[in-house]
Design a protein around this ligand. Sequence first.
Ligand code: ASP
Length: 318
Amino acid sequence: MTYSLAIHGGAGVIPRDAMDADGERDHNAALARILEEAEAVLRDGGDAMEAVTVAVCALEDEPLFNAGHGAVYTAAGRLEMDAAVMDGVGRRAGAVAGICGPRNPILAARAVMERTGHVLMVGEGALEIARDAGLTFEDPSYFRTEQRWQALKETLRMMEDGTLDDDPSRRHGTVGAVARDRAGHLAAATSTGGMTAKRPGRVGDSPIPGAGTFADDATCAISATGDGEAFIRWAAAHEIDARMRLAGRSCAEAAHGVVMTDLAQNGGSGGLIAVDRDGRISLPFNCEGMYRGWAMEDGPRGTAIYGPVEDPAPATGT
Ligand code: ASP
């Protein structure tokens, strides 16, 4: 079997008419660098869970994307981050919500999966697991970027004036990765600061298995980005799994159907990355763009920001 890997830096892309050549180059270069870092894990025989963890740590460390360093602010000017990992082997999962402290929230999610019998943890209990796991903690100043702070100020002003538009770059973003390793195992990881000016205590789809994150070796691994409330209500990732399991749909059919129809028609602007048990990758989004990258062993690889919405051709010999 060959490996497959996809990553995303969120559907909260800078609108095409506001993106300059340097910005486009920087985003694509960051995606390519992180893709290569995570691909090296799979190339060297590492497993899918390790590859998605490495990818999401690197995406969290990269301030261009809304997670970890570069996370967006709540309406109260604080940082509340959500993250989840899910393992296709036995649907093991770990997640944290509303936390600020661990440098890499995805490692806190993984610690929940590996060190507790629980799935989703919040508050002091979540931080305690991260501390017990020996994770690096940072002050809030580490996560701060001027761009996200300005986005909060602008969003709050627009909310007050009643002029709030739906510019995705100011409001959204998330990072994630999905992989199939050479043993055929799947894994998914997702991490986010959430939505700019969200109410304190709001939790999105990213840390919820079956909404923004999902993996089962029998079907697919998924990491989503977009209007979290719609992804939760439409159980987006689970819906794709269910269509594959119960209705015999391919991953591509199910993923495109959920994103382009169910979510698009119900306020669920955004997209997702998926890899199926055969290593095929789907990258549907129903908005202007989604920062994304993909790599298949001996197959296609690349990065993209805007449309067209196109899946990489399946690798042969999977
Ligand atoms: N899905 C994320 C959330 O709702 C945000 C995003 O991906 O844009 O928290």
